[in-house]
Design a protein around this ligand. Structure first.
Ligand SMILES: [Zn+2]
Length: 391
């Protein structure tokens, strides 16, 4: 089997914007002459995703035409499905500083190493209201995505990107596989069908069950935790990773499941982000993608099933990845096993269901939730992290 046997990336070609060898050196030298633009956390994640092809077929930050098309129709101007604009914001002061330059250098912080050269194609004023409503379905500033949009500059800079280097990370090096690398790994393992699981939380029994249900019908499972910026009250990345490792070493078959980091930042755009997450996972080589209830949601901005229903707005085959929709699941004492409202006929009192608030309270008190809810190894890591955090 060859790599070409794998699922095609979105748009047909896996993008790679990372320059190598002499070209990278040339870009780095050229970079010294261009105005520098410091990108924010979300944009830095997007830059990395663009560079490695996770956002194929995009080869840079999007211009006004695509921006508008995506907001209005969930398609690029070339007709390809796409759910969330990928933009680079500029303040008015930065627009003045760029002046008529034909290229700029992107860095992650003031005085930082140049990461990429962006060829300036277009600078346009963003329509905040249209973008907030089009992406998040709300203009409420309590929504973390709307707030981030509000804090970003008034203008967007668009154009193709050549990356000099990937943003540096000091954690999870062995888990940072690019789409080309996950694809090669799937081929090596002989997996023709792979289901991707997006998560920004520790995995308890309910999500383990959903992943394993999905794995029953495909060859392999990619647990793909999002490790870009999240809300301050989400569980820290290093704690989450320890939970995933404990779970994998105790309960997952090594030849059927792998963990890799998804470098995206959360937007909390609910349904639109579910589509975007699915397309990205297709680029990583997944043929199937798990969509639970409230995928990528926050607060009460989205209906419970919105992130599942939105997939119906695309023609069959348009997305090129099969969504697998799941209900909330739980351990049922009468069934003596995991199930969901689809498969268990019993009442709530027979089901081991704990609210997030209740679980946090138990963990804070050093108390393990029942084994039917959380694997003890995972509970212990979370208890330990809470204790360390409280000190
Ligand atoms: Zn039951």
């Amino acid at each position: 089997m060859t790599v070409t046997d794998a699922i095609p990336p979105h748009g047909g070609t896996l993008v790679n914007l990372l320059a190598e060898g002499a070209e990278a050196e040339m870009l780095a030298q050229e970079a010294e002459h261009h105005p520098k633009i410091t990108v924010n956390h979300r944009e830095l994640s997007d830059l990395e995703m663009l560079s490695v092809g996770a956002l194929s077929p995009l080869t840079g930050f999007q211009g006004e035409k695509d921006h508008r098309q995506v907001l209005e129709t969930m398609h690029l101007s070339n007709g390809l499905a796409w759910a969330i604009p990928v933009t680079l914001s500029l303040t008015e002061e930065e627009v003045k500083r760029i002046g008529g330059a034909d290229a700029v250098v992107l860095t992650s912080r003031e005085g930082g190493d140049p990461l990429a050269v962006l060829e300036v194609e277009e600078i346009f004023k963003r329509e905040r209201q249209a973008e907030a409503l089009g992406v998040f379905g709300t203009e409420d500033l309590d929504h973390p995505g709307v707030k981030a949009l509000e804090e970003a500059g008034d203008y967007c800079l668009a154009g193709p990107v050549r990356a000099i280097r990937l943003p540096q990370h000091h954690d999870f090096a062995k888990y940072r596989l690019t789409p080309a690398q996950t694809r090669a790994e799937f081929v090596k393992r002989g997996w023709r069908t792979v289901v991707g699981f997006q998560t920004r939380n520790p995995i308890h029994r309910a999500h383990e069950y959903i992943q394993k249900c999905a794995l029953e019908i495909v060859d392999g499972l990619l647990v793909h935790p999002l490790m870009g910026a999240t809300k301050g009250d989400d569980v820290p990345a290093d704690v989450r990773m320890r939970c995933y490792e404990a779970l994998f070493s105790g309960y997952y078959p090594k030849d059927r499941a792998i963990i890799s980091v998804f470098p995206a930042a959360m937007r909390y755009a609910g349904p639109k982000e579910a589509i975007w997450h699915a397309i990205c996972r297709k680029n990583y080589g997944c043929t199937h993608f798990i969509v639970g209830r409230d995928h990528a949601g926050v607060g009460t901005y989205y209906g419970t099933y919105d992130a599942q229903k939105i997939f119906e707005e695309f023609e069959p085959g348009e997305l090129g990845i099969t969504p697998l929709m799941f209900e909330h699941s739980f351990y049922c004492l009468k069934c003596e096993g995991m199930g969901s409202p689809k498969t268990c006929p019993h009442a709530d009192e027979d089901r081991v269901i704990l609210s997030g608030t209740k679980v946090r309270e138990m963990l804070r008190n050093g108390e393990r939730p029942p084994d039917e809810f959380s694997r003890p190894e995972v509970a212990d890591i979370l208890i330990e992290a809470m204790r360390a955090g409280a000190e």
